[in-house]
Ligand binder design. Sequence first.
Ligand code: ADP
Ligand code: MG
Length: 416
Amino acid sequence: MPLGIESAPLINLRWIVRLRWLAVAGQIATIMVGSRMVATTIPEHALLLVCALLALVNGATQLWLLRGGQPTERTAGLHLLTDVTALTALLALSGGTSNPFSLLYLVHITIAAVVLPARWVLTLAGAAALAYSTLEFLPVTPLDLKSANGAILEQRGAWIAFLVATTFISTFSFRISRALRKREIELSRARAAAEGAERFAALGTLAAGTAHELNTPLGTIAILAGELIDQLEGDRRDEAREIRAQVRRCKEIITSMLAPRGADIEPEEFALDEAVTRALALWQDGRRTPRPDFNIAPDAVGVKVRLPRHAFEQSIGNLLENAAEATEGRADCSVRITLVRDGDDLRLTVADNGVGVPEALHNRIGEPFFTTKGPGKGSGLGLYLARHVVERQGGEMLVTSSEGAGTEVVLVMPEA
Ligand code: ADP
Ligand code: MG
């Protein structure tokens, strides 16, 4: 079971406990009021004793759950069976099947059918049928509802019982199945996240392999550039120097991919605005256009997040690169970065007025290796990395884009 997701039997038993508190309260009220209305003598004390026992069982179960008890399907089944037994005891003491509340067996059977596997449903339906039949054929004194007070019960008893059963069945089956559905969604989310992490690890292996392969040709280029520096003069020589410097930079990047420092993958706490400023400065270095403006809301200044810092800064570089490429050649190109606080989250937006993404491709953005850039230009990993970095820490990435008008990438990150 992924961390933080409750087991189905735990959800079920918790609802059974809630249902039973209501049932016990209802039973006590019915005994107090009902015994005054019927002419038959009803063993009030015995009835209240059954209720007390049921309340005791329920209190103990609730305590057990609070202390971290882990129920199974069997536990839930046995509890419903206990309820059927208690109801049978109550009915046996109060008129058997002539008691309109004998309808309440249906509540337990329905709940079993909603939450338990077939064998438990059969067991409970069988137990309820057996109990009802026994009550029907046992010599139990039927309730005498003909007295003056009981007239209302005679006329309306079945109606009241029907309303009670309907309310219980609809509310509890609905609530339980809703809780279970919510859990299913959480489970599939957790599964998707685990798959994402796996794919990311595979990608890491692939990147490391590629980096390793690139080392050799880069080494050759560096040596050849060195020879050119010795042979050439003037401007040409400077260009050869530049080639060697750029190759060194490539080798540095590759080294960092091959041997990620702990800081590259391990999340750490840092002030988001400072990291973005740093990534922006690094990206801007040596570039003239565009010059993104960075707007930090006053309440977001210095607010910390917990992320793998290096990968995050790399992602910001990627987003800026995408924005720059999308706005390339536009006279009025603008790239805006804004950081605001939104409750417990920080929202970092990178918006541009570039070419945008065609509608048909929207759902593919952020997929690994999805790129519209030519071979050798785009890797299709920039947005994927950005999404992965924030999602792994409980955040999300939202992309909105309209073709020809621009793109907005929002990273939502929980505050550390
Ligand atoms: P790459 O840049 O290597 O192609 P990315 O993951 O960074 O990979 O982006 C994937 C694709 O998403 C890009 O090829 C591009 O089509 C689209 N895209 C991303 N950012 C923008 C942007 N700011 N404007 C327009 N298209 C974008
Ligand atoms: Mg990119």
